[in-house]
Ligand binder design. Structure first.
Ligand code: HEM
Ligand code: HEM
Length: 194
C-alpha cells in the first residue's frame, strides 16, 4: 500500500466526532433506561436514553460521511483495503503480517505501523462493519418506536455488537496510542491532517 496525501477535513472530522459519539454510546448505555422499562425508570435514565437515541442517529449519519470520505480517498481500492480477507491476495498479505507479528512475540518486539498496514486496515474495516450493524439496528428501533415488543426484540440484536465494539476500540485506539507513544505520529496525522 502506498502512502497518500494528508487526509481531508471530512475524513478527519467525521472520524473524530464519530469516535467521541461512539464512546458516549458505550458509556451512556450502561445507565440509560430502555423504552420497555420507562415505567420503573428515573427521569435522568430516560433522558440518557433520549440522548443515546439522538446521538445514535447522528452517529449513523457520520458513519455514512466517514465511508464516503474513505471512498473518496481510496477510490476503487477501498474494499480491497478495508476488507482484505475477501481476496486471496489480501488473505496472504494478512497472513504474512500476522507471521511477522507472532515472530516478534518471543522478543517482546512490537512492529511499527508500516509493518502492519494490512492488518490495521482489516481491523478498521471490521470496526466500520460493527458500527454499520449498530446504525441499522438502531435506526430500525427508532422507526418502530411505537411497536415496543418488536423494538425490544431488535434491541436484543443491537446488543450483540457491544463486545465486538469494545474489542475493536481496545485494539484500534489502543494500538494508535502505542504507536503515538513510540513517536510514529499516527494520531497527529489522523486528527490534524499533518
Ligand atoms: C451507531 C449508533 C449506535 C451505537 C454505536 C449504539 C451503541 C449501543 C450500545 C453499546 C448499547 C449497549 C449494549 C449492551 O450493553 O449490551 C446500546 C443499547 C441500546 N441502544 Fe444503541 N447505539 C446506536 C444507535 C442507537 C439508536 C439510533 C437507537 C434508537 C432507538 C438505539 C437504541 C438502543 C437501545 C434501545 C438499547 C438497549 C438495548 C437492549 O438492552 O435490549 N441505539 N446501543
Ligand atoms: C468506533 C470508532 C472508530 C472508528 C469506526 C474508526 C475508524 C477508523 C478508520 C476507518 C480509519 C482509517 C482511516 C484512513 O485510512 O484514512 C481510522 C484510522 C485511525 N484511527 Fe480510528 N476509528 C475509531 C475510533 C478511534 C479512536 C477512539 C482513536 C483514538 C485513539 C482512533 C485513532 C485512529 C488513528 C490514529 C488512525 C490512523 C491510523 C493510520 O494512520 O494507520 N480511532 N479509524
Amino acid at each position: 500500500m502506498t502512502d497518500l496525501k494528508p487526509r481531508g477535513a471530512s475524513l478527519r472530522y467525521s472520524h473524530a466526532v464519530l469516535a467521541l459519539a461512539v464512546l458516549h454510546q458505550l458509556i451512556g448505555s450502561e445507565w440509560m433506561s430502555k423504552p420497555w422499562r420507562f415505567k420503573d425508570a428515573s427521569a435522568w435514565q430516560i433522558q440518557l436514553y433520549e440522548l443515546h437515541e439522538w446521538t445514535g442517529l447522528a452517529a449513523s449519519l457520520l458513519l455514512v460521511l466517514l465511508i464516503w470520505s474513505l471512498w473518496r480517498r481510496y477510490g476503487a481500492d477501498t474494499l480491497a483495503r478495508f476488507l482484505p480477507w475477501l481476496s486471496g491476495v489480501g488473505r496472504s498479505a494478512l497472513a504474512g503480517e500476522l507471521r511477522g507479528l507472532l515472530g516478534g512475540l518471543p522478543r517482546l518486539q512490537a512492529p511499527d505501523a508500516s509493518q502492519t498496514r494490512v492488518l490495521a486496515a482489516a481491523v478498521e474495516g471490521l470496526g466500520v462493519l460493527t458500527l454499520l450493524f449498530f446504525a441499522c439496528t438502531g435506526v430500525a428501533m427508532w422507526l418502530l418506536e411505537d411497536q415496543l415488543e418488536l423494538m425490544h426484540e431488535i434491541g436484543s440484536i443491537h446488543e450483540w455488537g457491544a463486545l465486538p465494539l469494545k474489542l475493536y476500540l481496545a485494539g484500534h485506539a489502543g494500538m494508535a496510542l502505542v504507536h503515538e507513544w513510540r513517536g510514529e505520529g499516527l494520531l497527529r496525522r489522523m486528527f490534524r491532517g499533518a
